[in-house]
Design a protein around this ligand. Structure first.
Ligand code: ADP
Ligand code: MG
Length: 376
């Protein structure tokens, strides 16, 4: 099948910061973008050529996307899979509806991974109150009860120490379908962004080491400070997941490195990922440009790293006494600032990020830490 040529209109489901960075990458290659997002003034909707401010199921918005866009992609993993299925009948869609329907549901995702032989934390489905009584196996405690759908940034999760805490936790999570999983002893967390094209070409971005604060990604360190053996295993597992899912597009695999050195998959995100933002400044091709290339059936770009890099998220908490002084970031000539154009800063809300590039990971980390401290 032929490529989608620059100048064409591309559709984007979701208007958040991931979509904004996709839109910028697509526009810089000459494409135009139509965003479908129910919110006014969204980060992507405000820079795209066109913003359809409507629900994802809105019939006239979907008609417009399907008749004016040569290809449609997503930036938001909770786009209803039936919307993607509808669009697949009219234009190129990446990622595929089937992959998204698995990745957007923790239970289906864990069942898929386990069935295909990937290591995941021992888990149990908690769909209703009756399932609570089956969760008495010591294997799951201490554990974490997670809602199956719509959880993000550590939201929709409760840590559980003993079986009798489970019922309260399930009530707290409003008895939504959940997954109970064993709390694993982590040495560190890493992620791999993988792209798989319609021609089966696969590219892998360098492995990122991720540090979280209160369940939200705080910092990504690249290259990850882990052994070559674990890097190789993570790359192999990421490749295999993309193939087994018959994925077409950009996918993130989050891993747990256990204290005994074993590698488990935590979760998969069917889209570019916060832990891949470093690729904008530090790789020949960013995760967002790769997303545009795959969607448009163009050859993929090199994922090679220019230099070691550290990415730090900027959360709304920093805005407590007004706009932060960005000179504190920009006075380091090796730092790059990215802000997402969000109008309201709320605690925990991702407002932007910065990256620091340096000759060594240690130097990048030290400079990033110094900037973080100065911003506080
Ligand atoms: P989210 O969708 O919010 O990113 P995750 O399932 O990735 O949810 O969990 C958020 C963070 O909580 C993880 O990055 C990790 O730090 C911690 N966590 C989640 N599950 C486990 C587990 N089974 N064992 C240890 N830590 C965990
Ligand atoms: Mg996660």
């Amino acid at each position: 099948m032929s490529s989608i040529i620059p100048g064409a209109m591309l559709g984007l489901l979701g208007g958040g910061q991931l979509g904004r960075m996709f839109t910028m990458a697509a526009q810089s290659m000459g494409y135009r973008v139509t965003v479908l997002d129910p919110a006014e003034g969204s980060p992507a909707g405000s820079i795209a050529e066109r913003h359809l401010c409507a629900d994802y199921h809105d019939a006239s918005a979907l008609h417009e996307l399907s008749t004016t866009c040569a290809g449609v992609t997503t930036e938001f993993e909770n786009v209803p899979a039936d919307v993607l299925r509808f669009l697949e009948q009219h234009c190129v869609v990446s990622p595929p509806a089937r992959s998204v329907s698995i990745a957007q549901n923790r239970l289906l995702e864990k069942q898929f991974l386990a069935a295909n032989g990937f290591s995941v934390a021992p888990f149990l489905a908690i769909q209703n109150k009756d399932d609570l009584s089956t969760a008495i196996d010591a294997l799951f405690f201490p554990g974490i009860l997670k809602v199956s759908q719509f959880g993000y940034d550590g939201k929709g999760q409760v840590r559980i120490h003993t079986p009798h805490e489970l019922s309260d936790a399930f009530t707290y999570l409003q008895q939504q379908p959940c997954v109970l999983e064993q709390l694993l002893p982590l040495a560190c967390e890493i992620s791999v962004i993988v792209a798989r094209g319609f021609d089966d070409e696969i590219s892998l971005f360098p492995v990122a080491e991720n540090q979280h604060m209160h369940g939200i990604l705080d910092m990504s360190i690249v290259p990850a400070r882990i052994s070559a053996g674990i890097v190789q295993q993570a790359r192999k597992m990421a490749t295999d997941v993309a193939i087994q899912l018959d994925y077409r597009g950009v996918l993130c695999i989050e891993f747990f490195v256990l204290t005994d050195g074993r590698l488990f998959i935590n979760e998969i995100a069917p889209r570019p990922h916060n832990s891949g933002h470093y690729t904008l400044d530090a790789c020949i091709t960013s995760q967002f440009e790769q997303q545009a290339r795959v969607l448009c059936r163009l050859p993929q770009g090199s994922t090679a790293l220019h230099t070691p890099v550290v990415m730090v998220n900027l959360l709304g908490d920093l805005w407590q006494s007004g706009e932060p002084d960005w000179n504190k970031v920009l006075s380091n000539p090796n730092a790059k600032l990215h802000l997402y154009g969000k109008h309201e800063a709320r605690p925990g809300r991702k407002m932007g990020h910065f990256t620091v590039l340096a000759d060594t990971v240690e130097q990048a980390l030290q400079q990033a830490e110094a900037i973080k401290v100065s911003l506080k």
